[in-house]
Design a protein around this ligand. Structure first.
Ligand code: NAP
Length: 247
């Protein structure tokens, strides 16, 4: 079987980087996207040092020219893409915290647009651009890095663990990303492509912060699992460590 080719956005640090490391065990060729190429090259050196078959692309998810460049890269080099991990994301402020980004009543619209641009519009646009290449894969997998904080069911339940963890800009952007997962999976239900939302857990990264209970190696497991799902695996799901989460 041909070696699988994966593209991980925001692969220079945090969960994206760890996912690239872990895909080594699956024999995948991993291309990490990094908006700062020098950071990406440092990460690439570490990945190669660890024995990962990896490359780096300069990639800012909010730049449509980079989407086209990614398409051209995978098309000319491989003629297909097997795995797309839409991992790049921003919190849009302190996380957890108490700033205006957390309040629906007065979140600055500029901030709301910025968070939605990175966490929702850009991954939708990138997926649309790369979809023709994913359709050429024998087993295309799309993983959208969502969050439990995107769950409307849990936010509405006073007994849920996230009831008081409201960060409007971030949460709503992940809710919208979940809608993309459901709609795209529906459209692609007759194909070999599986589309799922991942909640990695609350993980120690620059975004997750030091108080997070989960280490990186545990946090990347959901992304890796959804990136390498077997033919009978889930599609249109919202999962954390193999278990479904409420939308
Ligand atoms: N950590 C958690 O507890 C947690 C929980 C639930 C969901 N998630 C989700 O998991 C994903 C990864 O989070 P993380 O914790 O690893 O965050 P992180 O450590 O802050 O890393 C974020 C990554 O996204 C990249 N990025 C941000 N904006 C970008 C842009 N415009 N173009 C390209 N890359 C961009 C960053 O690149 P730079 O280095 O250039 O900034 C970095 O590589 C995010 O989607 C996040 O929402 C995380």
């Amino acid at each position: 079987m041909a070696q699988k080719i994966a593209f991980i956005t925001g692969g220079n640090r945090g969960l994206g980087f760890q996912t690239a490391l872990d895909l080594k065990a699956e024999g995948v060729k991993v291309v990490i996207g990094s908006r700062d190429l020098s950071q990406g090259e440092k990460a690439l050196a570490q990945l190669r040092e660890a024995g990962v078959d990896a490359d780096v692309l300069k990639f800012d998810i909010t730049d449509p020219a980079d989407h086209q460049a990614a398409y051209d890269y995978f098309n000319s080099k491989y003629g297909r893409l097997d795995i797309l991990v839409n991992n790049a994301g921003i919190a849009g402020g302190t996380f957890p915290g108490t700033g205006p980004e957390h309040r629906a009543s007065d979140v600055p619209l500029e901030l709301l647009h910025k968070v939605f641009e990175t966490n929702f519009f850009a991954p939708v646009a990138l997926t649309q651009t790369l979809l023709p290449l994913l359709k050429k894969s024998a087993a295309g997998r799309i993983v959208n890095l969502s969050s439990i904080l995107g769950s409307l069911t849990l936010h509405a339940d006073p007994k849920s663990p996230i009831y008081n963890a409201k960060s409007f800009a971030y949460d709503a952007s992940k809710t919208a990303l979940n809608a993309f997962t459901i709609h795209l999976a529906y459209e692609l239900r007759g194909t070999k492509i599986k589309v799922n939302s991942a909640h990695p857990g609350w993980v120690k990264t620059d975004m997750g912060g030091d108080q997070a209970p989960m280490e990186l190696a545990e946090g990347s497991k959901t992304s890796v699992e959804l990136a390498t799902l077997p033919e009978n695996g889930a599609t249109g799901g919202f999962l954390h460590l193999g278990k479904p989460l409420p939308w």
